[in-house]
Design a binder for this molecule. Structure first.
Ligand code: GAR
Length: 209
């Protein structure tokens, strides 16, 4: 049976699009995107999902406490029998209830080499700090911000001429490949979490099983 992915997004949706393309091209085998869900009506990613025939839903968070809102999102994901939740530019902190409902089944992508530069404007933070390298991180989501066990990271050098925009653009290109690879590893079950470490098994060992 195909593994079912739920994508949560709040904006442009380029990571969602990259995942959708990877699923369609078989780079994430035996999987499908069961739903793309947004807290924002105007999220471009939701339009993109509809354009490629993927079920898309907006659940507005207006006037709702975090827990009440997350209850609705959890219900929508459970109704679609989602195996893995991928946060793709989803700009909301998840409640502990959400994390517990999908324990070790939520991934996030963040545009820095965590634990450096968590939170907003990670690319600007890296630049202003004077870092020579930044990149992106795919990690499991726990109760803390940008903090769970790291699945994969990719490194991007920072050039003297970079602005937050040029750096963000180069990191974004890495994000698309890194997210695909991480989702593939997780859906194939090719990993083990030991404390904070995510140990990844080589593909061949898995095939021999
Ligand atoms: C991406 O750069 C992603 O890493 C970042 O938001 C952007 C979303 O772009 N996420 C975070 O900063 C989360 N802490 P997208 O909508 O085109 O995928």
């Amino acid at each position: 049976m195909k593994k079912r992915i739920g994508v949560l997004l709040s904006g442009r949706g380029s990571n969602f699009e990259a995942l959708a393309e990877s699923v369609a091209a078989g780079r994430i085998p035996n999987s499908e995107i069961a739903i793309a869900l947004s807290n924002r009506e105007d999220a471009r990613g939701i339009e993109k999902a509809r354009e490629c025939g993927i079920e898309a839903r907006v659940i507005s968070s207006k006037g709702l406490e975090r827990e009440a809102y997350d209850k609705l999102v959890i219900a929508a994901l459970q109704e679609k029998r989602v195996d893995l939740v991928c946060l793709a530019g989803y700009m909301r902190l998840l409640s502990p209830q959400f994390v517990a409902a999908f324990r070790n089944r939520i991934l996030n992508i963040h545009p820095s080499l965590l634990p450096a530069f968590p939170g907003l404007e990670a690319q600007r933070q890296a630049l202003e700090h004077g870092a020579k390298f930044s990149g992106c991180t795919v990690h499991f989501v726990d109760e803390n911000l940008d903090a769970g066990p790291i699945v994969l990271q990719s490194c991007v050098p920072i050039e003297d001429s970079d602005t937050p925009e040029t750096l963000a653009e180069r990191i974004l290109r890495e994000e698309h490949c890194t997210y695909t690879e991480a989702v593939r590893i997780v859906l194939e079950g090719r990993y083990r979490i030991e404390g904070r470490r995510v140990l990844i098994f080589p593909e061949k060992a898995q095939e021999k099983k």
